[in-house]
Design a protein around this ligand. Structure first.
Ligand SMILES: Nc1ncnc2c1ncn2[C@@H]1O[C@H](COP(=O)(O)OP(=O)(O)OP(=O)(O)O)[C@@H](O)[C@H]1O
Length: 624
């Protein structure tokens, strides 16, 4: 027999029972929590103050959990139940130390000791939604976690061994090289794993660090009953290895119900019961809700819990439970004072995080061929269209407006093409927010890795568009002038990319990014100095060109094109601009050097690079 453990109903054969017991003692953790109260600020306080009648004073704070206490033993599989909105997810978040808002009071003890900074290293959390990178394979997803969460002392082979062990634990060995799949931003569809398989991968990610304690928020939600049962059996198997598992559940089928060692019942933010399913039968029977024959206990108890929560007896029932728990459940004897098992986990360096993230970004980018293909194709086609309109320009007075025209058009095109990245960027934010909340990596290495790829792609795209146009239009053909112009165009593209990403990070939504972004593009282009030279702008608005990063871009490229050149005059008639310097005088930029203007362009680019990062760090954080 491959697996000697009979997991059908949470019982084990005699031979393995001793082994399991030893494993629980060796690495399990006991979790006790006492008088946990969690409050958050009432966001609607001011509004309620105005609208409510003065007798009903609104509270400044909302209490989501009140005096919640409980005890979970080593290697126990605990189901957290309660009607919708009763506070199950909140309690899991508080116990897993994932709350980033509100105030928490009360104590959490692990093996009888107050928890310290190591606590987060010994526990893992699996969110309700599976936030996984669609283009990565199952193996790569787990390896990513292993690279970032296992100590640097682990060799690559050891990390692979750990990943293989986890693949075995979650029963996905055969799918190790299948992609997670789904619809990629941009519309490309990759063949996807099933919902149950994705959930197993999420559990696998939490298992890579070999945690002693694992919290799961509704791991069976959205799964059919067969998949739900198989997920629960995987979790039960973990408890045989000493892991303590706590998961919230809605209405589990009876086979799942029977797997739990203990059930916790939360009602309206208060603990109403903790105990085995047999003890729960008795508890509800005493309350006047005996379990009828042939009824799913979970369904029945949940329905009864809803009735209880809305009855007059609610306060009395939770109060009685609190008192009895203080006598029986929370005394010195129930606390297991023993050494806490924890791996020697150290955070990997920023550079290592950058390397791992860069590798993932690189693969992700090149596996989404729809995105890379459309961006490159757009650049090349736009370059060819610009070249078709402005091809073979001559160095004379007739073609002069076209030369400044092509310079401006290229700037304008490179200014708007970054809008194509908004969808990709915003969709990767969801994954980033979830991974950041789980503390897998820091924001800086993530940002630098994502930007490294973005800068490379933006450089290739803008260079292709600009070089095609420049070459076919016969602009100033000197090697250093050519490369200087190309560099300036690349910066225009990068700058525009960072402007759009700053807005995307500030607003977090596609619609607002589009509307604010297009407004800014319009303003930047209008005040770039091309349509209306700066000296001709109305005084009240003239200062706006200082705020347009496209102004230094237009200046540096125009100066580079025209400085110290001569322009052919017609044989008959006036010659308005016999030299390039006359063109610069027309635009009022004759006194600005191309280097100074380029410096300003680079300065704006750096400014928006930093604002993108700051917006990523401080705004649109996942608040729990
Ligand atoms: N940040 C918040 N601000 C205001 N109310 C909140 C906040 N977070 C949770 N709540 C409220 O606290 C209560 C408990 O929420 P929680 O998500 O923990 O319930 P739950 O039992 O997990 O519900 P479900 O089973 O539907 O997921 C709900 O009434 C919810 O609306």
């Amino acid at each position: 027999m491959d697996n000697p453990i009979d997991t059908t109903y949470g019982r084990t054969t005699n031979e393995t029972a001793i082994e399991i017991d030893q494993e629980k003692k060796r690495r399990g953790v006991q979790l006790s929590f006492k008088n946990i109260t969690y409050k958050i600020r009432n966001q609607k306080y001011k509004q309620q103050l105005k609208s409510k009648n003065p007798a009903e004073k609104p509270e400044k704070e909302i209490v989501l959990l009140k005096n919640v206490s409980g005890n979970i033993d080593k290697g126990e599989f605990v189901g957290l139940m309660g009607p919708s909105g009763s506070g199950k997810s909140t309690l899991l978040d508080v116990l897993a130390k994932r709350k980033s808002t509100g105030t928490i009071s009360g104590s959490i003890l692990v093996n009888g000791c107050k928890i310290g900074s190591d606590y987060k290293k010994m526990c893992s959390y699996v969110t309700q939604e599976d936030t996984l990178l669609q283009t990565a394979t199952v193996f790569e997803t787990l390896k990513f976690y292993a690279d970032l969460k296992l100590p640097a002392s682990f060799s690559d082979n050891e990390k692979i061994e750990r990943v293989e062990q986890v693949l075995d634990d979650i029963g996905l060995k055969e799918q190790a090289h299948s992609k997670i799949g789904g619809t990629l931003p941009g519309g490309m569809v990759l063949k996807a794993l099933s919902g149950g398989e994705k959930k197993r991968v999420s559990i696998g990610c939490a298992l890579v660090t070999n945690p002693s304690l694992i919290f799961l928020d509704e791991p069976t939600s959205g799964l059919d009953s067969v998949n739900a049962l198989s997920i629960m059996k995987i979790l039960l198997n973990l408890t045989h290895k000493g892991v303590t598992v706590v998961c919230s559940v809605h209405q589990p089928r009876s086979e799942i119900w029977n797997l739990f060692h203990k059930v916790m019942l939360v009602l309206k933010g208060k603990m109403a019961f903790i105990g085995t399913s047999l003890e729960m039968n008795k508890y509800f029977e005493d309350l006047g809700y005996p379990l009828p024959n042939h009824t799913n206990p979970a369904d029945f108890y949940l329905d009864s819990a809803v009735l209880l929560a809305n009855s007059d007896r609610y306060d009395d029932v939770v109060e009685r439970w609190q008192q009895s728990w203080e006598v029986d459940g929370c005394n010195e004897n129930t606390l297991i004072q023993s050494v806490i098992h924890k791996e020697d986990l150290v955070s990997v360096s920023y550079f290592c995080q950058y390397r791992v993230l860069l590798r993932r970004c690189f693969k992700d980018f090149f596996r989404n061929l729809g995105n890379i293909g459309s961006r490159l194709a757009t650049s090349i086609v736009l370059g060819l269209l610009l070249a078709a309109c402005f091809g073979g320009l001559k160095n004379n007075q007739t073609d002069l407006p076209k030369v400044t025209g092509v310079i401006f058009f290229l700037i304008a095109c490179l200014n708007i093409t970054p809008f194509t990245s908004i969808a990709i960027f915003l969709s990767s934010r969801t994954l980033f927010n979830a991974e950041r909340a789980a503390g897998i990596y820091k924001t800086l290495p993530y940002y630098l890795a994502a930007m490294t790829i973005e800068i490379l792609v933006a450089t290739v795209c803008s260079f292709s568009m600009a070089a095609i146009t420049y070459g076919i239009s016969h602009l100033r053909w000197e090697v250093n002038r050519f490369f200087f112009t190309m560099l300036a165009y690349v910066f225009v593209h990068l700058l525009s990319e960072f402007v759009v990403l700053t807005i995307a990070n500030l607003t977090g939504t596609m619609d607002t990014t589009f509307s604010i972004g297009s407004f800014l593009c319009g303003v930047f282009q209008l005040f770039a100095g091309f349509f209306v030279p700066t000296q001709e702008l109305p005084k009240a608005f003239a200062w706006l060109h200082y705020l347009s990063p496209l102004f230094p871009a237009f200046v540096t490229i125009t100066v580079n094109q025209f400085q110290d050149t001569s322009i052919d005059c017609p044989e008959i008639g006036p010659c308005l601009y016999p030299t390039g310097n006359d063109v610069l005088i027309k635009y009022g930029i004759q006194d600005i050097s191309r280097g100074a203007a380029f410096g300003a362009l680079a300065g704006w680019t750096t400014f928006y690079f930093i604002t993108t990062f700051l917006a990523l760090v401080y705004l649109n954080k996942e608040k729990r």
